[in-house]
Design a protein around this ligand. Structure first.
Ligand SMILES: Nc1ncnc2c1ncn2[C@@H]1O[C@H](COP(=O)(O)OP(=O)(O)O)[C@@H](O)[C@H]1O
Ligand SMILES: [Mg+2]
Length: 281
């Protein structure tokens, strides 16, 4: 990494205080936002995880959420799909406040999401084909012939047509992720979320998966929200980058802005530097 990123932070500065408020992004009036998060707060017991997070996700773009482990990124995604209820604040999806509607309505909204969890979250007892067919069988009344067409075209897209009969335990980590991605896409979601799609993959497979994400996004569009701590992934796939620290958004901008940020924390994080406001705590 270039040496200017290694700037030693001013030790007299209290970064916690500087970042304490988080930021509120001024919206680009030319963009629409199907997913809006307002002053979101969530604690587990006495542990405050999300502490007032604000972010609207630009439609038809890929927004990457970066931040250290344990900072609330997965908790944020779970709020967006309505699996967790905020202590306070609002999660608005497709114009609906997720917690002012019924559970049934939330479930309807969830069908418009595709989610790829960290490990692909495939059912171990089903082969790849049945895993990918599962959402269609569960949520639609399509006939098996129609389902086959959709499943096979998605599996072709992710390069898995030869693995249809294999079980998750019989394929590589990269193949599991691709199968999970295919499954996340079968209902033609408007919003697709990825929680650390690159975890457990070697750099080459990560890069191939990133290419796949970009290809599928270019083809089908949609609002993509990607959580990662892989800097190369963020740089390659993002239109926008949000940086979360201690449960708040502290930086937001396009990818160039993030990688050129002057903020000591953002610099440190994006350069993987051990010197900076981000410690081991
Ligand atoms: N359901 C839960 N109950 C209690 N604590 C939780 C729960 N979910 C997450 N946490 C805690 O919240 C913090 C943030 O978690 P998470 O969002 O998973 O972090 P990350 O940014 O690494 O994805 C962690 O300390 C985690 O242990
Ligand atoms: Mg996580």
């Amino acid at each position: 990494m270039s040496s200017h990123l290694a700037t030693r932070p001013d030790e007299s500065v209290d970064y916690d205080e500087i970042y304490a408020e988080g930021i509120i992004v001024e919206k680009d009036p030319n963009l629409t936002h199907s997913v809006k998060v307002r002053d979101l707060k969530k604690s587990f017991g006495s542990f405050d995880v999300l502490t007032g997070l604000n972010l609207d996700f630009a439609d038809d773009s890929i927004t990457t959420i970066l931040g250290p482990s344990g900072t609330g990124k997965s908790v944020l995604l779970k709020h967006i799909v309505g699996l967790l209820e905020p202590d306070s604040g609002i999660v608005e999806v497709f114009g609906q406040d997720l917690w002012r509607i019924s559970e049934k309505e939330r479930q309807e909204i969830r069908k418009r999401f595709g989610v790829l969890f960290q490990d692909g979250a495939l059912f171990g007892s089903m082969n790849i084909y049945d895993n990918v067919a599962f959402p269609l069988r569960k949520h639609t009344d399509k006939r098996e012939s129609e389902i086959r067409e959709i499943v096979m075209s998605r599996l072709e897209e992710v390069g898995l047509t030869k693995a249809v009969g294999k079980f998750p335990g019989e394929v590589s980590g990269g193949m599991k992720k691709r199968a999970g991605f295919a499954r996340a896409l079968v209902l033609n979601p408007s919003v697709v979320m990825f929680d650390e799609p690159d975890s457990g993959l070697d750099p080459v497979r990560t890069s191939l998966l990133n290419d796949l994400i970009l290809k599928v996004h270019a083809e089908h569009g949609g609002t993509y929200i990607l959580v990662t701590h892989d800097i190369l992934t963020a740089r390659k796939v993002s239109d926008y980058v949000g940086v979360v620290w201690k449960g708040k958004l502290i930086h937001y901008g396009d990818t160039e802005e993030a990688f050129n940020s002057e903020m000591p924390f953002v610099r440190q994080f994006l350069s993987g530097n051990s010197v900076g406001p981000l410690g081991m705590d």
